[in-house]
Design a binder for this molecule. Sequence first.
Ligand code: GLU
Length: 462
Amino acid sequence: MVVTRFAPSPTGYLHIGGLRTALFSYLWAKKNGGKFVLRIEDTDKARNSEAAAQAIVKAFEWLGLEHDGEIIYQSQRDDIYAKYIQQLLDEGKAYKCYMSKEELDTLRETQMANKERTKYNGMYRDFKGTPPEGVEPVIRIKAPLSGEIIVNDGVKGEISFQAEDILDDFVIARADGSPTYNFVVAVDDALMGINEVIRGDDHLSNTPKQIVVYEALGFSIPNFYHVPMIHNSAGKKLSKRDGATDVMAYKEMGYLPHALLNFLVRLGWSHGDQEIFSMQEMRTLFNPKDINKSASIYNTEKLDWLNAHYIKNTPNAQLTELLQEYDLVLTSHDKKEILLDAIKERAKTLKEMADLIKEVINRPASYDEKALKKAFKGNALEVLKTFATKVSNANELHLPSDYHHLMQEVVDEMEIGFGKIGQPLRVALLGKLSGPGLDSVMSVLGKEETLLRIHNAIDANS
Ligand code: GLU
């Protein structure tokens, strides 16, 4: 059975890069009928926060990414790590190192002066004597001193690391007994039965160390997939400004969870040139072997395009519910179908959708100066008055097409282009020159409100 995991350190919010590896791991497990486990790597007590862990869980809930089983918190597993450290000590695969900080500093300085790689020199590796007093030892693992460590990476292919160049007997437990990062990751992945590790390639340099731990403990080594980073359009690492921000900020900005997931699955993975993927398709088609070898480029237009697509395809009842998050309650609006149909065609985000709808529902508090100048020239007032009279005399005005007919009549009778009525009418109704189709707007507003807004504009410009 395929078991994957997402193992965030709760030092901050869940960001877009982390979410992408979580999604890849989730999809790969689900495709294989396997398990996707969530492990919170909260061993760094100074930098971790419970709030950050909760925020990650919340983001998962919003996105509908369900993890299997209980969430594992590393901070609750000290006893387990201590047991394996003891095992390595007992088996002679790890040892206590009494080197003081000063000695280590001197060693490093000498190596640097000799232009050598800075590394621990194995001083206590085979130490049999009496340990110095007053030094709490750290515990180091015996790493191979020569030979190579091969990582068979599912994305990057075979990567060989020369032990001599990259390893030393690294610390697995600090002087206070707390285990170190690479040790706990390897122990947990093994104990949790993780056999497919998908993570960012910023972790690639940790992998040989983790393999040393696996081998020392006799655990089988999982398959690794190191996913290239996400870059901005300038080819640089994604920054906060580019979108490397809290996943929940995407909710605030009005993105649908599925649009975000669809966007992320295509960042670094492809299936022909298909862009739109249902969750079911993602689950059946995703394969980490198809992850691109090079960095992917974050593209906001693509995200907006996908979001607009999913907004258009979301049923109105569901949109009504979602829009409540953006302070818009439409539940009892009798024309909400016409309103939503008109706006969902043009909004890129739910937030934009809510704003556009508010612009229709709320009478304009003022008129855009530029729009006024542009729209209220020539015989605009006369056109508006003619139209207002027609609206006022009409008996049955309900549908957008009812209003459209009246506009058409004015255009025909006054022998003007559509813009000559459209522009002043738009400013009268919405206060500006952009927005959804006017026939829909008037149908939503109803006869009385339509007339009132037209008269207000006529008064303001007479
Ligand atoms: N906790 C690590 C991080 O948040 C991830 C560890 C891993 O995926 O192996 O960067």
